[in-house]
Ligand binder design. Structure first.
Ligand SMILES: Cc1cc2nc3c(=O)[nH]c(=O)nc-3n(C[C@H](O)[C@H](O)[C@H](O)COP(=O)(O)O)c2cc1C
Length: 494
């Protein structure tokens, strides 16, 4: 159940974005200073790390966990999980601790809109070169990459990672998060889905019959990971967006074999080449919808030319479990912000708030609040939310509510649907919409036939427009009066 205190307006005064960290170690120090970090020693990668993720990552407010002395791995080789919850969201995005998640989403959106990329700066040396493994020394299995789910096809070293590639025609450098599985000491597999920038680069190299150079950053700070896993326009280098968030250029070194740049403060970087024609089974992998949806397929592998790592390196973990969980929390903040922009820019007036709910992986359950202005306004907002760029892929339900409903509060949204929507009249459908092979409702036959469509329900949970002024009044004080009541009486609940 949502704690009512979580959805009250806060009294945040300092509203600017100011990052307090430059790399993962700075970030960890800040988290540790807040008492939000626990270290677990002696766990194994076969089952223990996956179990801890299951116990910790579904709920808000649980501490980050750093695994050290993982069985079979050198002491000091660590992996971090559960980093985006509670006030770590605020720390990671650089906003005040007392921002609630809606304020955080707004702040992130406003800040991002103002940013201009700052070109990364190439330097000669950096902490990531403290250890350089080449030739016989290359062994990716010595890092504490877990078997995240018992049914996964292998150990995934790349989850909270990003992959750096270069367009062979234009030289554009891209970073994208694509999962990375270990085949053996000197080979890893990359799964890049069609249409992703890294896949377009790969297709170009393969069409030319040339090896594709890659650098895989498997230990990084949370903001760099979030930047690389968020859709950026073609031609934009995410290293430069990372600089924009920081307010200064990201210092990069270049791989000795590929010449590709990567942040000098990275924890672990795997460098190598994908050679045309080399494929091997990759997957299955527990995917973001909370199902074992990433099937085993033949995917290209990377022959590792070098591993670079800091002393006592730290992998960043971001694996998937049943929703809701950590992934949904960071996607919700950014996607809610982008959705609100998309809907408003499509010409829908008075969209007051939007939330892409965590329980739907920030895609399958969207709540849109409007101040109703004219008949049909709610249906227009709902259909555009379902079909705009940020909402179109793998959606399911859109609920449109009046502006007095807190869109971030699942119970309030469902309450509005229960009390303001008459199902036979107020639910509309869209058929044959954009889905994916990961969608659990697509039958095996349809998946095999490439029928990757689903339908959408648009639920109008607003007061009926033409008699809204006669609708029964709500038994609740205004947000300001609720805040005042909580400030006075919350001690009674302690
Ligand atoms: C935790 C996480 C894991 C992801 N795994 C994959 C993946 O395995 N393959 C993929 O194609 N996209 C994956 N994505 C989505 C891409 O990272 C995302 O679409 C990103 O914008 C791709 O970058 P690009 O547009 O530069 O290719 C993942 C995203 C997250 C947050």
């Amino acid at each position: 159940m949502t704690d009512p205190a979580d959805t009250l307006p806060t009294a945040a005064t300092n509203t600017g974005c100011a990052l307090q960290y430059d790399d993962l170690r700075d970030w960890l120090a800040a988290v540790e200073a807040n008492g939000d970090l626990k270290t677990v020693k002696g766990a194994n990668w076969h089952t223990d790390i996956g179990q801890v993720v299951e116990v910790m990552c579904h709920d808000e407010g649980t501490p980050s966990i750093l695994f050290d002395d993982v069985e079979g791995c050198p002491p000091g080789f660590r992996i971090l999980v559960n980093w985006f919850t509670g006030t770590r969201k605020n720390l990671t995005l650089g906003f005040p601790e007392d921002f609630n998640k809606l304020e955080l989403s707004r702040g992130y959106n406003e800040h991002t809109k103002k940013l201009e990329p700052i070109p990364h700066q190439v330097i000669d040396d950096g902490p990531v070169f403290e250890n350089i493994l080449e030739g016989d020394d290359i062994d990716v299995t010595k890092f504490p990459a877990p078997l995240w789910n018992p049914e996964d096809g292998g150990r995934y070293i790349g989850t909270g990672c990003f992959i750096i590639t270069r367009d062979p025609d234009t030289g554009w450098i891209n970073c994208g998060t694509y999962r990375v599985m270990i085949h053996d000491e000197k080979r890893v597999a990359l799964y890049i889905s069609p249409g992703k920038h890294g896949r377009i680069h790969r297709d170009k190299y393969m069409a030319k019959g040339e090896p594709m150079p890659v650098c895989i950053v498997v230990g990084t700070d949370p903001l760099s990971f979030l930047t690389s896993s968020t859709e950026a326009p073609e031609g934009m280098c995410e290293l430069d967006m990372m600089g924009a968030y920081r307010g200064h250029a990201v210092e990069c070194v270049t791989g000795k074999h590929t010449g590709l740049p990567f942040p000098a403060a990275s924890e672990v970087v795997i460098e190598g080449f994908i050679h045309p024609g080399n494929t091997a089974p990759e997957g299955p992998f527990g995917e973001w919808l909370g199902y074992q949806g990433g099937r085993m397929e033949a995917e290209p592998w990377v022959d590792v030319s070098a591993i670079y790592h800091r002393n006592d390196p730290i992998l960043l973990g971001a694996a998937h479990i049943r929703l809701p969980y950590e992934y949904a929390r960071y996607r919700a903040i950014s996607r809610s912000a982008i959705l609100k922009e998309n809907i408003s820019r499509a010409g829908v007036p008075d969209v007051t708030e939007v939330w892409a709910h965590e329980v739907g992986g920030s895609r399958l359950f969207l709540a849109v609040a409007i101040k109703q202005r004219y008949p049909g306004h709610a249906v227009q907002a709902g259909h555009i939310a379902a079909m705009c760029h940020a909402g179109a892929y793998l959606g399911r339900f859109v609920i449109v509510v009046d502006e007095d409903v807190d869109v971030t509060n699942l119970e309030e949204v469902i309450w509005a649907a229960c009390t303001r929507c008459d199902p036979a009249d107020d639910i509309g459908f869209i058929k044959n919409a954009w889905s994916s092979a990961l969608d659990p409702v697509i039958s095996p036959d349809d998946r095999a036939a490439g029928k990757l469509y689903n339908s959408r329900a648009i639920i109008n949970a607003c007061r009926p427009f033409h008699w809204k002024d006669e609708f029964q009044t709500v038994n609740q004080p205004s947000p300001e009066a609720r805040r005042e009541a909580w400030d006075r009486w919350a001690h009674l609940r302690e």
